[in-house]
Design a protein around this ligand. Structure first.
Ligand SMILES: [Ca+2]
Length: 440
């Protein structure tokens, strides 16, 4: 079990950004609506445009290099398929006819210039439409969903929430050729190994189930069907729920939802446990325990005067929970239980895990968040790098500035905040930038 979970985790972490929901590219931020920051917003926006122009010319060059190398790469893929015992028809017809797709390289290499705020992410995904549609589908598919809950231990609202977030309940499953997308990425040196394995799996699925090319469509990175499974997940966890002899994640809702339940069970879903919950922190909270690596028992959180969002005490249940503050101390606070970690194995994003959990609660009749996510400025990678460099200069070691606020950066930021008697939430707020002598 541990081994399976370890392997799955590896898969999930590599594949974190490949499904439709995971990382839709983020457009460069428009000028800030905060008038006091207008001058800075204009100048950072201008440098953002310049950075974007450089990025596009790098991407165009990369597309050309990859296009030229594609035919010889395909010959290599044919040899690989032969060594794996795939049929001559597959090698000489399907693989021989694979096409290079420039758009896939563009989408793969476009680094968003600005980070996404929690408010921006959450409000686009946990929408009233998704809540209402989820509630309608909860009734419509109640027999199947209750059966899956019994067999796999995953309650109906969670399966619906994944389905809603991945493909809008199957209304948008992606339209790109999975084989061509995977071949294009397999021939791109950066993650060639991973995508070559996924391509070989996709070819085996095609052979096993006799899928035609019109069926095998998905996201630009090869995620497929109602719940956006990569080929290796499809091969391992897809289930023929309706019993027609074929696990078809595009055309059979029963197969797709059964497969999602099976996948979640294998990722370690805890039967009878929630994902976590929104909580309220007391005014004098110390923020000493923050993030996935510093969980406490629920009773310990209760002893720190953390309550449910409605002010009621936390339940007296013996489980571990970690605190997440996706928008800092002015935004909502969440405790994530073990199932939060399971959701992160599906898609390694804290925003995603909170959104899956909250949408599931709403579908199940729950209320909107008690504390609404605040509107916050989007930070560019360059701004985060400057923040990291300043923290290093000030003696709070956060490692080499990379523009990404990882665990070390958050810990360093908290230490800095404590040294200035600021609320130590580890969040890169305008106040933090200002205290470090940086303008936003
Ligand atoms: Ca089936």
């Amino acid at each position: 079990m541990i081994k399976i979970k370890g392997l799955t985790y590896l898969f999930a972490s590599i594949a974190a950004c490949v499904s439709l929901s995971a990382c839709s590219s983020v457009p460069a931020a428009s000028a800030s609506s905060n008038t006091s920051a207008t001058a800075n917003a204009v100048s950072s926006n201008a440098s953002g445009i310049a950075a974007e122009a450089n990025q596009m010319s790098d991407i165009n060059a990369s597309v050309q290099v990859n296009a030229e190398a594609f035919p010889s790469c395909v010959a290599g893929l044919q040899a690989r398929a032969r060594s794996e015992g795939q049929s001559e028809a597959m090698i000489n017809s399907t693989i021989a006819n694979l096409k290079f797709v420039p758009r896939v390289i563009e989408l793969d290499q476009q680094q968003p210039e600005f980070s996404q705020t929690f408010d921006n992410y959450f409000s686009k995904r946990a929408t009233e439409w998704r809540v209402n549609e989820g509630r309608r589908l909860l009734k419509k598919h109640s027999v199947l969903l209750n059966q899956l809950a019994k067999e796999y231990g995953v309650p109906p609202q969670y399966i619906l929430s994944f389905w809603g977030l991945e493909t809008n309940y199957g209304s948008y499953k992606g339209k790109m050729s999975v084989l061509n997308s995977l071949a294009t990425l397999a021939c791109e040196p950066r993650r060639s190994n991973y995508f070559t394995i996924e391509l070989m799996q996709a070819l085996k699925l095609k052979e096993k189930y006799q899928f035609d090319d019109d069926t095998m469509v998905g996201s630009w990175a090869g995620a497929m069907g109602h719940t956006q499974f990569m080929p290796s997940a499809y091969a391992k966890y897809a289930v023929d729920g309706d019993g027609d002899g074929k696990a078809d994640l595009w055309n059979s809702t029963t197969d797709a939802l059964t497969s999602a339940a099976n996948f979640l069970q294998h990722l370690g879903w805890q039967r009878n446990e929630r994902w976590g919950r929104e909580v309220l922190l007391p005014k004098d909270f110390s923020y000493s325990y923050l993030g996935a690596k510093q969980p406490l028992a629920l009773s310990e959180w209760a002893a720190l005067n953390v309550t449910q969002a409605n002010g009621q005490p936390l339940p007296a249940v013996d489980i571990q929970a970690a605190l997440y503050l996706p928008a800092g101390h002015t935004g909502p606070a969440f405790l994530g239980y073990e199932n939060f970690n399971v959701i992160m194995r599906w898609n390694r994003s804290e925003y995603y895990a909170i959104t899956v959990g909250h949408l599931a609660d709403r579908i199940n009749g729950g209320l909107p968040l008690t504390v609404s996510p605040p509107e916050q400025p989007r930070l560019s990678r360059e701004q985060v790098k400057q923040l990291q460099a300043k923290l290093n200069e000030a003696g709070f070691d956060v490692g080499k500035p990379d523009g990404v606020l990882g665990r070390n950066s958050v810990a360093g930021l908290q230490a800095f905040q404590r040294s200035k008697q600021m609320i130590a939430d580890g969040f890169p707020s305008p106040e933090v930038f200002s205290a470090l002598g940086l303008s936003l």
